[in-house]
Write a protein that binds this ligand. Structure first.
Ligand code: GLA
Length: 425
């Protein structure tokens, strides 16, 4: 049976008095895809950024897109603490398919690289207490040129359900018009629903829509559990910076659209790879928590530094990402290359991220007036402040009229958590 839940209606609490808060409440009451899934952002692993379309298993047996790769990631996810902190979905991206459908028009996995088939892989992943994600495309072909789902939405949804798949990443390449794109995304959502299996539906609909027209997020939220808005992430600081800049530039459209059941997806976590310094990895982790982003790592869990692993497994930061209130954070202000982001959390708490975007010089000090946070409510009448990143430190008790001082490395972030206290002394 597919799980269902009624439309989500959440009461804003601390924000309820401000006009902006009323708007947010209105929006998080907007209908989400009614499948009961992704009530908090999806967590897992997705092969694309790190392994791309590497199909050469003879030359590169350990890093080609094959059942072995996913089984090894599942083993590690279950045995090295990932599952315990919430990472659950092992997701296949593009390049898993054979170049043709079978005689019954069903998609099939490449027989050399997936000799046991996807059903076997999903049984294996499930036996580890994890879930399996797969990839397909709304148009004629996938972005890498494998068979697309156009004209085959129902049969593909049924095939995925038969195989025991738990998440579908549905790409948007090779569509002839925005109508075809929108109809295809909707059709697949309904087809998945009809299978009766709980399948998280991960879309790229708005990303492919933006060049032609502003996406209708109310509609997208009704059909998708999360959606990519912006181009592909790369393993570089330039890429992280661009995603953050685009997100803040469009934040009043994006923040309104997010809430339990439906999330903006700024793309994979690239922490643990080659391109980001330690401070930049901290920035990605902190800001993906502020943005209520799906946490889909794309790295090699077999070879990852203990520092990156500790960051990705940081329970306090994951708790912010997974906060049940489900409100996405936003850029509050930018001053002299310092950005202050904030996110309302449940139990009247707030998360605040201070990012130092200056790429010259050393650590910079930045002082925040507590009255300026959370529309004046984040520390009212007083609060306890804990620095969660880069190093967990209890900063102590602060009154509303006081200031908190931070010191941030270039391209790094200080992530704070504020918890209201009713006692002033
Ligand atoms: C698009 C998507 C990526 C990835 C590739 C696969 O570019 O945005 O995330 O899925 O296709 O070809």
């Amino acid at each position: 049976m597919r799980l269902t839940s009624g439309p989500l209606r959440r009461l804003g609490c601390v924000l309820a008095l401000s006009f902006r808060a009323l708007m947010l409440r209105e929006i998080s009451g907007a209908w989400a895809l009614d499948n009961g899934l992704a009530m908090t952002p999806t967590m897992g692993w997705l092969h694309w950024e790190r392994f791309m379309c590497n199909t050469d298993c003879e030359e590169d047996p350990d890093s080609c897109v094959s059942e072995k790769l996913f089984m090894q990631m599942a083993d590690i996810m279950a045995s090295e603490g990932w599952k315990e902190v919430g990472y659950e979905y092992i997701c296949i991206d593009d390049c898993w398919m054979a170049s043709r459908r079978d005689s019954k028009q069903r998609l099939q996995a490449d027989p050399k690289r997936f000799p046991s088939g996807i059903r076997h892989l999903s049984d294996y992943v499930h036996s580890k207490g994890l879930k399996l994600g797969i990839y397909a495309d709304v148009g004629k072909k996938t972005c890498a040129g494998y068979p697309g789902s156009l004209g085959h939405y129902n049969i593909d949804a049924e095939t995925f359900a038969d195989w025991g798949v738990d998440l579908l990443k549905f790409d948007g390449c090779y569509c002839d018009s925005v109508e075809e794109l929108a109809n295809g995304y909707k059709h697949m959502s309904l087809a998945l629903n009809k299978t009766g299996r709980s399948i998280v539906y991960s879309c790229e609909w708005p990303l492919y829509m933006w060049p032609f027209q502003k996406p209708n997020y109310t509609e997208i939220r009704r059909y998708c559990n999360h959606w990519r808005n912006f181009g592909d992430i790369y393993d570089s600081w330039q890429s992280i910076k661009t995603i953050l800049a685009w997100t803040s530039a469009n934040q009043w459209t994006l923040v309104r659209a997010a809430g339990p059941g439906g999330w903006n997806d700024p793309d994979m976590l690239v922490i643990g790879n080659f391109g980001l310094s330690w401070d930049q990895q901290v920035t990605q982790m902190a800001l993906w928590a502020i943005m209520a982003a799906p946490l889909l790592m794309s790295n090699d869990l077999r070879h990852i530094s203990s520092q990156a692993k500790t960051l990705l497994q940081n329970k306090d930061v994951i708790a912010i990402n997974q906060d049940p209130l489900g409100k996405q954070g936003y850029l509050l202000r930018k001053e002299d290359s310092i950005e202050v982001w904030e996110r309302p959390l449940s139990n009247l708490a707030w998360a605040v991220a201070v990012v130092n975007l200056q790429e010259i010089g050393g650590p910079r000090s930045y002082t925040i007036s507590l009255t300026s946070l959370g529309q004046g409510m984040a520390c009212n009448p007083a609060c306890h402040i804990t620095e969660l990143l880069p190093v967990k430190t209890k900063l102590g008790f602060y009154e509303w009229t006081s200031y908190v001082k931070t010191r941030i490395n270039p391209t790094g972030t200080v992530l704070l958590q504020l918890q209201i206290s009713q006692t002033t002394f």
